[in-house]
Design a protein around this ligand. Structure first.
Ligand SMILES: [Zn+2]
Length: 56
């Protein structure tokens, strides 16, 4: 059995140079979704939610 490690990629520029972090509490959304993971792309600087990331 092999475990596939999927690499997340930026949906904007397809870079895999990403920082993953918890989104946390925000003034706009309050605690809604605060445990969701968010990525920030080092290549283009955009932030996006984990479900928006591309996986190969
Ligand atoms: Zn990017």
């Amino acid at each position: 059995m092999t475990v596939e490690t999927k690499q997340a990629k930026c949906p904007y520029c397809e870079s895999s140079d990403l920082t993953k972090k918890k989104r946390g509490w925000t003034i706009t959304t309050g605690i809604f979704g605060m445990n969701k993971m968010q990525y920030q792309c080092h290549e283009c600087g955009k932030k996006f939610m984990e479900k928006a990331a591309k996986f190969d």
